[in-house]
Design a protein around this ligand. Structure first.
Ligand code: NAP
Ligand code: MG
Length: 492
């Protein structure tokens, strides 16, 4: 650490100290100017002839051109997946199939540094997160599901479950490589083949994964990765050759997909939006809880479906929590995602930043009191300082609607019954958090919160063996663990 006087960095702490920049090197990164579609084991130009740009949201500079798959390309990918399903992959003994999945996991580990840097460049998330969370967890999912490949009869005792066929998989931009791993690993372990589409703004690590799949020598067509926008996703959903859809994204698009699939006989799982309650009781370890709140909402710029975006604080500790939270927010560093000191990186796209800004306005117009940390943000790129709102009510739009940015609302409560009712009074039910010293309160809250995942005295912890998913408007089905394998198996 250096004193403010000597430092050249603009991002200063309120105590007058600042960190020197500690940027992760990108010298080892080789990006092509143009990326093609990965179909039938090869990188091919799109029949559509179209390409779109992917930019670095921290600099607004173009990183590469990405192929846009049209209907004909979707059809080629689905046919290639079918060919492998009825051929090489479908006929392969389960033990052999497992070896290929292990191989993908090992190559992911070998190329971890490259993948982490590309993830941060393309999506804007801090390198600390892509390096310590996204990439290791992606590898862990392949390792975990590789183990299931030859043990499927144990997954459904008393039965011999079989695969389903060709899975169409569509993923969002907040955890690009990790979401691809969540989708591809269980599908392959269960013996299915795959057509996957990453989000338009973050295709690069999925295309790197395509290179890894090629290097791992999977039979051509087993995994096809096709890039494009919403229309490409819709093309996958509608294709008659798809047997199962796995979608992660917004509730709005999830509902469209659900309507489109009605009556088709295709199976589906949907992992959708969230608006989690993070609940602090007066007997909680307040400093730890404040760290948990910060992690819950500011982690990955709040681009997290399970983000703890609604904070409920017991009235007697409200003042203390708000003061400590504001102090902590002042120390958060917003800026270059490749800098190892950065806590909050770039907002993923201009569109998402505009959406967040609109919600900040709505919050103020509704009578909320907005507090943002005073830190400087770079002039180029898409940035949002950590933000909290007090003086909000249960009916405020910023309390009810998913913002998907670093924006926290704070409400107080007196009794456990009151907070459970408030926390549940929302269309979503993905996740939640509870902070207390009392085990009995943890049991009561976790039993009565209508959410799929609830953390106690911690937040945003993930593990490939744990199921993840929500109810109400947060989705249908689960991913992760044994639960995540089931939607890819035919069983009674
Ligand atoms: P989104 O707009 O719904 O997009 C998700 C994916 O669907 C993208 O690949 C998108 O392509 C594609 N898509 C768009 N329109 C489509 C259509 N009509 N048919 C088929 N596919 C279509 O969501 P997002 O903004 O990328 O992601 C943020 C949302 O994801 C948040 O609501 C968040 O809560 C949710 N999420 C949920 C989970 C979970 O596990 N429950 C995890 C992560 C994120 P383009 O991007 O190219 O438009
Ligand atoms: Mg990008």
């Amino acid at each position: 650490m250096k004193s403010k006087k000597k430092s050249t960095v603009q991002l200063t702490f309120n105590d007058g100290w600042s960190y020197d920049p500690a940027p992760e090197s990108k010298d080892h990164i080789r990006l092509k100017e143009q990326y093609e579609l990965f179909i039938d084991g090869k990188f091919v130009r799109p029949e559509s002839g179209k390409y779109f740009d992917t930019v670095n949201p921290a600099t607004e500079k173009k990183l590469a051109s990405i192929a846009e798959a049209g209907d004909k390309d979707v059809d080629l990918a689905v046919r290639a997946a079918r060919k492998s399903y009825t051929g090489a992959w479908g006929k392969m003994p389960a033990k052999e199939r497992g070896k290929y999945i292990y191989r993908i996991a090992r190559i992911l580990q070998e190329r971890a540094r490259e993948l982490a840097v590309i993830e941060s460049m393309d999506g804007g998330k801090p390198i600390r997160e892509s390096r310590d969370i996204d990439v290791p967890l992606a590898a862990a999912h392949f390792f975990y599901y590789a183990g299931w490949a030859d043990k499927l009869p144990y997954a459904v005792p008393g039965q011999l479950p079989t695969s389903i066929g060709v899975a169409g998989q569509i993923i969002p931009w907040n955890f690009p490589l990790l979401m691809a791993a969540w989708k591809i690993a269980p599908a392959l372990a269960a013996g299915n083949t795959v057509v996957l589409k990453p989000a338009e703004t973050t295709s690069l690590t999925a295309l790197k994964l395509a290179e890894i799949i090629q290097e791992a020598d999977l039979p051509p067509g087993t995994v096809n990765i096709i890039t494009g926008a919403g229309a490409t996703g819709a093309g996958i959903v509608q294709h008659a050759g798809i047997d199962k859809i796995a979608f992660t994204g917004s509730t709005e698009v999830g509902k469209l997909i659900q309507k489109g699939l009605a009556g088709t006989g295709k199976r589906y799982t949907l992992e959708l939006g969230g608006k989690a309650a993070n609940i602090i009781f007066e007997d909680a370890a307040i400093d730890q809880a404040v760290e948990g709140i910060v992690n819950g909402i500011f982690f990955n710029q709040g681009h997290v479906c399970c983000a703890g975006s609604r904070l409920f604080v017991q009235e007697s500790v409200m003042k203390t929590v708000v003061r400590k939270l504001k102090d902590r927010m002042e120390t958060l560093i917003v800026g270059d995602p490749l800098d190892k000191n950065t806590d909050i990186g770039a907002i993923n796209s201009r569109m998402q930043l505009n959406k967040i800004k609109q919600y900040l306005k709505i919050g103020v117009n509704e009578g909320g009191t907005m507090y943002q940390s005073a830190c400087a943000v770079p002039t180029k790129g898409f940035w949002c300082r950590p933000t909290l709102f007090t003086d909000v009510s249960q009916s405020s739009r910023i309390v009810q609607e998913e913002i998907f940015g670093p924006v926290l609302t704070i409400q107080s409560f007196r009794t456990i019954e009151e907070v459970i009712e408030k926390a549940n009074n929302i269309p979503y039910g993905l996740s939640g958090g509870v902070w207390t010293d009392k085990g009995s309160k943890i049991f009561k809250v976790t039993n009565q919160l209508r959410a799929g995942v609830i953390w106690a005295n911690t937040y945003n912890k993930f593990d490939p063996t744990s199921p993840f998913g929500g109810y109400k408007e947060s989705g249908v089905g689960r991913e992760g663990g044994l639960h995540g394998l089931m939607p890819y198996l035919q069983h009674a």
